[in-house]
Design a protein around this ligand. Structure first.
Ligand code: MN
Ligand code: FE
Length: 349
């Protein structure tokens, strides 16, 4: 029983005993209460309050518009395909990373409660893109292979996942070493800050620009829900990273800070390249320069949240995106239906 997660004891767990990682035998991983990390529990509650399902969003108008040969230019169809092609597999990559790498390493029960919720949300996002691809009768082979066939997408996925492999192979016991913790934190940055906090945003801004013209409203409504979920995912991830840093200050060396900063700045280059690939000539008031500026603006915000120096000082060229991010359920940016999910489905007895 020496490897067991818990042991017989009359000594009760207090919140003060809990740690974010490496709880070992002092505290087992099954006691949610007493809650120490209230922020993690609150993210769980927020996620549940935002529950939605893709198939509750009508795709009828999108289907009609997409079939109409005059509704979209070739450049516009290209953007939509590239964005959907990226997301079609990116959500699955995130889910896999979460369950196979993050969950194994984070043994604090409050965080795990949130991770279970997040994992379900990633499944909903995977479902959303499957539903969109199917509704528009897009070429499934093209969509789901795009991350292996289009270099700009391959490079993004590869950049974000480059440090996951070592975490997958890692023994959680190595989280007791400074190097092990650093490897893990870098994976968290790749997942929460880069993938969910930078790589999703070129696609979000491109799709939501159609929504501002009342086009593809069903896709836009789903993207809005996804964006709302993703901003909670990222905020949880940043809290988690900062909590690990706080409890293990020895990992946050000058060299490691530089490594993390370079990792994030590298993502800005790749996201800009992806924007060039998606919209080589600009559409709908969007062009690569504006998207680059937006990604730089976001990267600065992410760097600051990690207590790293910002890099660009770029202004937000799309202030309307902040309205979407801050979307409250009672007011919808696109004036379509917003479902109130607080209570979930009603039971009939
Ligand atoms: Mn997601
Ligand atoms: Fe996510």
């Amino acid at each position: 029983m020496s490897d067991s997660c818990f042991h017989m004891s009359k000594e009760r767990v207090t919140a003060a005993n809990k740690r974010i990682l490496n709880n070992d035998r002092a505290v087992d991983c099954n006691q949610l209460v007493p809650i120490k990390y209230k922020w993690a529990w609150n993210f769980y509650l927020d996620g549940c309050a935002n529950h939605w399902m893709p198939t509750e969003v009508s795709m009828q108008r999108d289907i009609e518009q997409w079939k109409d040969p005059n509704k979209f230019t070739d450049a516009e169809r290209h953007v939509v395909r590239r964005v959907l092609g990226f997301f079609a597999t990116a959500e699955t990559l995130v889910g896999n990373n979460l369950v196979l790498a993050v969950y194994r390493c984070v043994d604090n029960p409050e965080c795990r409660q949130y991770l279970l919720r997040q994992a379900f949300e990633e499944a909903i996002h995977v479902h959303a893109f499957q539903y969109i691809v199917q509704s528009l009768s897009l070429d499934e082979g093209e969509m789901f292979n795009m991350y292996r066939e289009v270099e700009a997408i391959y490079d993004k996925d590869n950049h974000a996942m480059s440090c996951t492999q070592s975490v997958l192979e890692m023994d959680p016991k190595s989280l007791k070493t400074k190097e092990g913790l650093q490897t893990f934190v870098k994976n968290l940055v790749g997942l929460y800050v880069i993938t969910e906090g930078i790589f999703f945003y070129g696609g979000f801004v491109a799709i939501l620009s159609f929504g501002r013209q009342n086009r593809i409203p069903g896709i836009c409504e789903q993207i809005q829900y996804i964006l709302r979920d993703e901003s909670i995912h990222m905020n949880f991830g940043i809290e988690l990273i900062n909590a690990i840093k706080e409890e293990n200050p020895e990992i946050w060396t000058t060299e490691f800070q530089k490594e993390i900063r370079d990792y994030i700045l590298g993502a800005v280059v790749l996201e800009t390249r992806y924007a060039e690939e998606c919209l080589p000539n600009g559409i709908l008031g969007l062009n690569t320069a504006l998207i680059q500026q937006y990604i730089q603006y976001l990267a600065d915000r992410r760097l600051e949240r990690l207590h790293l120096n910002k890099q660009f000082d770029s202004e937000n060229p799309f202030p309307w995106m902040s309205e979407v991010v801050d979307l409250k359920k009672e007011k919808n940016f696109f004036e379509t239906r917003v479902t109130e999910y607080q209570t979930g489905g009603a039971l009939e007895w």
